[in-house]
Design a protein around this ligand. Structure first.
Ligand SMILES: C[S@@+](CC[C@H](N)C(=O)[O-])C[C@H]1O[C@@H](n2cnc3c(N)ncnc32)[C@H](O)[C@@H]1O
Length: 270
């Protein structure tokens, strides 16, 4: 599929994990794991686990739980697997969040960090999590807030538009394009969830390795394939321009605010 926003394959997983992980995902992963740890789940499902950044935080925060970590893309899970020793009780499984290969009521809790935006049928994904949770089980997930609340993303999106005013690579619209709270709540309620709580989570981030961050922003997600498909600028030249834009906007080291939206919901008990 051209411009597949869910195509985290090839060299993307390594660049994602190394260059985006510490800046964009590690802090939020610890926060999410802490929220789930309070429930003391024995059987925990993670969807869109990617390279295992959240999985590692969940394992560390909830030592006794059996964790099933799933993702659509096997190359992301290959990077994740390498973060665990044998005996750490993680089952890795390739699975589409819209068609979970688990029996009804299999899990006490479910987690998903920055994955829902990529699910083609989000309502179906909520129904699937609801189905595989036991009554009383909780689903905790996060999405990114808008470009206007994540200036680093707006900066890259602006550069993309400058280089590709027509046939613009659409990737950067996807992860930052699913942040309206009421439609999310409506979808969760339609799937059967209750006790929905929403928190907006800003983080003021200092980025020392701006070259690395720019590498992650260009080579660590499907934008790289969308640039290559169009041609006209070498990916490395585009990355260098992204680095310069980040330095101009945010200084060196770069200081920028990230903002996520964290959603907690429950399957009614009994
Ligand atoms: C931005 S990454 C988030 C990874 C991880 N949760 C983290 O916080 O680092 C998005 C992930 O969603 C996965 N993904 C996209 N569509 C999916 C689907 N339909 N089902 C399961 N995973 C999917 C991608 O393969 C990718 O690993």
């Amino acid at each position: 599929m051209r411009d597949n926003p869910a195509g985290f394959t090839g060299g993307i997983p390594e660049n994602y994990d190394r260059h985006l992980g510490p800046v964009l995902f590690a802090d939020y992963a610890r926060d999410l794991a802490g929220r789930i740890a309070g429930d003391r789940p024995a059987r925990l499902l993670e969807t869109a686990s990617g390279t295992g950044i959240v999985t590692r935080a969940l394992r560390d925060a909830i030592p006794g739980a059996h964790i099933t970590a799933t993702d659509l893309n096997p190359p992301m899970l290959d990077v994740a697997r390498a973060k665990f020793r044998t005996g750490e009780q993680i089952d890795f499984k390739v699975a589409d969040a819209g068609a979970l290969p688990f029996a009804d009521g299999s899990f006490d809790a479910a987690a998903c960090q920055f994955g829902v935006m990529f699910f083609t049928d989000k309502d179906r994904s909520y129904r699937e999590v609801h189905r595989v949770l036991r009554p009383g089980g909780r689903y905790v997930f996060s999405v990114w807030d808008a470009h206007s609340r994540n200036a680093f993303a707006a900066s890259v999106a602006g550069l993309i538009k400058e280089h590709f005013p027509t046939d613009t690579p659409p990737f950067y619209e996807i992860p930052f394009g699913y942040h309206r709270i009421d439609p999310i709540k409506d979808s969760l309620e339609a799937a059967g969830f209750t006790a929905i709580r929403v928190n907006v989570l800003p983080i003021d981030k200092v980025v020392e390795d701006i070259a690395g961050f720019s590498r992650g922003l260009v080579f660590g997600n499907p934008l790289i394939d969308q640039i290559k498909a169009r041609g006209g600028i070498a990916p490395e030249a585009f990355r260098a321009e992204a680095e310069a834009a980040l330095r101009r906007s945010f200084g060196s080291p770069a200081r920028t605010r990230l903002q996520a939206i964290l959603v907690e919901a429950q399957k009614p008990a009994g």
